[in-house]
Design a protein around this ligand. Structure first.
Ligand SMILES: NC(=O)c1ccc[n+]([C@@H]2O[C@H](COP(=O)([O-])OP(=O)(O)OC[C@H]3O[C@@H](n4cnc5c(N)ncnc54)[C@H](OP(=O)(O)O)[C@@H]3O)[C@@H](O)[C@H]2O)c1
Length: 252
């Protein structure tokens, strides 16, 4: 039986490139996102063993609906990739958008991780890749809820990783932590890049190869690795000032 991967946020950017890479590697896929047209196109391109469901993960119950959709299929690899950022001063950003961000970046990812991880641990096989960010290692003025959400993803993933290690489980979990990547992310957040972005094809392939090799924190560039180490050494108030200026440069 072909192994099957479930990818959230498969309609664009990193998630779409992961879907193409896994398909080429012989995986059967379950794809999701809100954009049904793109999901249909991908399913037509990949063939009949590709299942898809259009879902808005900002809606309550959507993560559970996705889990139910996958019942009867064995998910060997879960990629929790869907996510977005809300840019601006906390006093000005729209509460509704930030609550949606929390639903997608935190709540849905949390629910899917728990439900699929339980199945995987029961079988003692499976891999989960959560998509975090370099933002998961810092505080982020002008993108405050986004940075906070990615801190959640990084800390939850590394904690689960340790619990799995302690029970000597064969299930693995890792977190992808890229810097800027050339996707639709900035357009949705309404910002420009302040540094040259990475290629989503490279990031997607790197992430899958590393998580399959058992890597926990997956950082696809030396510059980003250096940035994470520097952030860990920098006092929090100074880091906040630096990041404010980095983010402010992105304003359109
Ligand atoms: N690009 C970067 O600079 C960067 C850096 C670090 C981490 N990341 C992370 O990488 C992940 C993928 O982002 P990307 O850069 O590839 O951006 P992207 O091109 O905008 O893709 C985002 C994906 O998430 C899905 N999504 C967004 N809101 C959704 C919702 N409410 N319900 C269901 N799906 C939703 C989108 O699908 P639909 O539009 O079809 O709903 C899309 O497939 C995100 O978690 C992001 O935080 C990105």
């Amino acid at each position: 039986m072909r192994k099957r991967a479930l990818i959230t946020g498969a309609t664009s950017g990193i998630g779409k490139e992961m879907a193409k890479y896994l398909h080429q590697a012989g995986w059967a896929l379950v794809l999701t996102g809100r954009n049904e047209r793109v999901l249909k196109e991908l399913a037509a391109e990949f063939g009949e063993d590709t299942k898809y469901i259009a879902l808005d993960l900002a809606k309550r119950g959507a993560a559970e609906e996705l889990y139910r959709f996958c019942k009867g299929m064995r998910i060997d690899f879960l990629v929790n990739n869907a996510g977005f950022g809300v840019f601006g001063d906390f006093l000005d950003t729209k509460l509704e958008e930030e609550l949606e961000l929390i639903e997608v970046n935190i709540r849905s990812l949390h629910i899917l991780t728990k439900l699929f991880l339980r199945d995987m641990v029961r079988r003692d096989s499976g891999v989960i890749l959560n998509v975090g960010s370099i933002a998961g290692f810092a505080t982020g003025p002008m993108l405050s809820s986004y940075y906070a959400s990615k801190n959640y993803v990084v800390r939850m993933t590394t904690a689960i990783r340790e619990e799995l290690r302690r029970r000597r489980s064969n299930v693995t979990i890792g977190v992808l932590c890229p810097g800027p990547v050339n996707t639709n992310f900035n357009n949705r957040a309404g910002v420009n890049f302040s540094v040259k972005p990475a290629d989503p094809v490279y990031v997607a392939h790197y992430a899958i190869n590393e998580v399959m090799a058992g890597k926990c924190i997956i950082v696809p560039s030396l510059a980003v690795k250096a940035g994470i180490i520097a952030a860990s050494l920098c006092p929090e108030p100074i880091l906040a000032r630096i990041i404010y200026h980095v983010q402010k440069r992105k304003e359109r």
